[in-house]
Design a protein around this ligand. Structure first.
Ligand code: ZN
Length: 291
């Protein structure tokens, strides 16, 4: 191969059991004074769950926060508008997303309309963002969409049931946290669906015209990991080794498609997801197995 390519990913990525404890210090290091934590209400309610652990670390570091729990699956324009209002009302200066792809995409959407204008539908497309988002970190709880690593913000326009994507290097979180301990209690159905999404995200960049030697090696490793780790993670959610391998695979696939892009399964999955509000991973699994 004799051509140029660029390779984008967050500048810092924490990986492994227990890394969530580092988020408070990292927030302080980044100069975050009051963070809008963007998440879903069911995740925020879990005792000692991912949100509570994030908040505990922020408190320990002396970083203030407000918690926005209005993220819906397939985040809608109304969600990002409500999040923006809370960010402004609470005087926040930064964002931390906690969850799977919906939370990360919603947090990116909030950041986008805070600094690039209120009508996000006008920003659909590639590299449309003129201004940087507020400082944003992502705590990932599924393996997974890869959104904690990527430049994609997938938002649903609830008025016409269409998903659109804002693709920009400005959307990439400054720091990602991938802690498999946060994923041990993810339900079987969600583990299976999000794992199928990661599997498709490892295959599509491999056959993409935009592939490069780095993304090829990431895809091959991710596909191999998922083949053995996904069935085990679904059968036994508390198998830390299987969860850890799925996080590795999900990150590799995320990095790969962030740079080599995706294909027809995702093009069609977004139509199904927008029309029927169906989980993204289920749409990917359905299309992957449909001949
Ligand atoms: Zn996907």
């Amino acid at each position: 191969m004799n051509r140029q390519f660029d390779f984008l990913m967050p500048s810092v990525n924490f990986f492994g059991p227990g890394v969530i404890e580092k988020i408070g210090d990292r927030a302080k290091m980044l100069g975050m004074h009051k963070v809008l934590v963007v998440t879903q209400d069911n995740l925020a309610a879990i005792d000692n769950g991912p949100v509570k652990q994030t908040l505990a670390s922020l408190e320990k570091a002396g970083v203030d926060y407000a918690v926005f729990t209005g993220v819906e699956p397939n985040p809608k324009i109304r969600n990002i508008k409500a999040g923006k209002k809370m960010y402004e009302d609470e005087g926040c200066d930064s964002i931390i997303t906690v969850g799977g792809g919906s939370a990360h995409d919603c947090g990116k959407g909030i950041g986008i309309i805070l600094t690039n204008g209120d009508d996000i539908t006008k920003l659909a497309g590639i590299e449309t963002l003129k201004n940087p988002l507020p400082p944003l970190m992502a705590v990932n709880t599924t393996a997974g969409t890869g959104s904690e690593l990527t430049r994609h913000a997938v938002i649903t326009n609830e008025k016409d049931h269409l998903k659109f994507v804002v693709v920009s290097w400005r959307n990439i979180p400054l720091v990602s946290f991938n802690d498999p301990m946060l994923m041990l209690d993810v339900p079987q159905s969600v583990t299976a669906a999000t794992g199928c999404d990661a599997f498709v995200q490892a295959i599509e960049p491999y056959v993409s015209v935009d592939h490069n030697p780095i993304t090829d090696s990431q895809c091959k490793e991710a596909i191999q990991l998922i083949q053995t780790a996904l069935p085990e993670a679904v059968a036994n959610g508390h198998n830390i080794e299987a969860r850890t391998k799925m996080v590795e695979a999900e990150m590799l696939a995320g990095m790969a498609f962030n740079n080599a892009n995706l294909g027809y399964v995702h093009a069609m999955a977004h139509q199904l997801g927008g029309q029927y509000d169906a989980p993204h991973g289920v749409c990917c699994a359905l299309l992957l197995t449909t001949r």
